[in-house]
Design a protein around this ligand. Structure first.
Ligand SMILES: *[C@@H]1O[C@H](CO)[C@@H](O)[C@H](O)[C@H]1NC(C)=O
Ligand SMILES: *[C@@H]1O[C@H](CO)[C@@H](O)[C@H](O)[C@H]1NC(C)=O
Ligand SMILES: *[C@@H]1O[C@H](CO)[C@@H](O)[C@H](O)[C@H]1NC(C)=O
Length: 299
């Protein structure tokens, strides 16, 4: 799959939403455009989608190592370019969502906001394995709740897109989960996500795009750290697959029990599987952090 095809898949995924038309004063247009429009995008997640909250938690600014191909005001990303959240925003003609912590308490979130926090996961228990200050999903949801007063109307919220990209840090970093033989870690993390998605529904979210986990064991950082005999670290990939295998049914169950909701899975595992299989056809793609050191994902 070339990059255009890959991104088109995302575009078609988003097409599955039944959304009303909205118009924005100054559309932010990217390579893809949706005919449908949404009032706002709310982003929850980790470093894959954080637009700079970490800086406001006094972590080092990732854009000092990255950010070479894309700068947006005071925002900062652990990527050389745009994140998934940025492409989604552009697809709908929305602005690049500011990190929520950069806003003052009365500032409008008319077009949405980004609550994502590099390093953290779904589970508060994962925090003790994380080397930076960050907000787990519960904390992100709490912030979101406190910000709803700055949204114009609650009908805007029900028509908005909730994008959730989290869980990889739980699977990757949380040793209590990984070393617990009596626990199905993938299932446990997926069910923990389910509870939080329900909470976002209770707060008024209706349209959800939820990422699964990429093949964690094929990241250059994992390969470098563990030096496996196989091309990727199979244990990590298995964990990611176990988590992923639970998500389709979980999203289906949520959609059937939560009236008026729509849950769509974003299969990043498949996307990255293609990238790792033929990195040369994707360059230059992105850079990712691996703890204290930085390694480019592809040349
Ligand atoms: C970050 O550092 C500033 C300046 O030292 C301080 O005022 C602020 O409370 C810190 N914020 C957090 C979240 O620790
Ligand atoms: C907070 O944001 C609002 C809206 O942008 C602005 O009018 C106000 O001056 C800001 N307040 C502070 C203290 O920055
Ligand atoms: C392992 O998981 C089980 C089931 O959730 C739990 O009851 C137990 O406390 C866990 N053990 C450890 C050492 O974390």
């Amino acid at each position: 799959m070339n990059p255009t095809t890959r991104a088109s898949c995302l575009y078609f995924l988003l097409f599955h939403f039944i959304l009303n038309n909205y118009s924005h004063a100054a559309p932010n247009l990217g390579p893809f455009k949706s005919d449908i429009s949404i009032p706002a995008l709310f982003v929850f997640g980790d470093s894959w989608v954080d637009s700079g909250n970490g800086k406001y938690l006094n972590n080092s600014d990732p854009s000092s190592a990255y950010g070479v191909d894309f700068k947006e005001g005071q925002q900062s990303r652990a990527s050389n370019g745009k994140t998934m959240a940025d492409f989604i925003a552009q697809t709908f003609g929305l602005p690049f969502l500011p990190p929520y912590l950069s806003l003052n308490k009365s500032e409008s979130i008319q077009y949405g906001a980004n609550y994502a926090s590099s390093g953290c996961g779904i589970l508060p228990e994962t925090n003790k394995y994380v080397y930076v200050r960050c907000m787990d999903l519960d904390e992100q949801i709490k912030l979101f709740e406190s910000s709803l007063k700055n949204l114009r109307t609650s009908s805007d919220l029900s028509k908005s897109l909730m994008f959730v990209n989290m869980g990889q840090n739980d699977l990757d970093l949380n040793q209590d989960l990984r070393k617990n033989d009596s626990l199905d870690a993938g299932k446990y993390v997926a069910e923990s996500l389910s509870k939080r998605l329900q909470r976002l529904y209770d707060l008024g979210g209706r349209k959800f795009l939820v990422s699964n986990s990429l093949p964690l064991g094929c990241r250059p950082c994992s390969i470098k750290q563990q030096n496996p005999k196989t091309p990727c670290v199979e244990g990590l990939n298995k964990l990611a697959s176990q988590y992923n295998s639970n998500l389709p049914q979980i999203l289906k169950d949520l959609e059937s029990t939560l009236s008026g909701s729509k849950f769509v899975l974003l299969d990043v595992y498949k996307v990255f599987e293609d990238v790792f299989a033929a990195p040369g056809s994707y360059e230059p793609l992105s850079s990712r952090s691996i703890g204290e050191s930085y390694v480019p994902m592809h040349k």
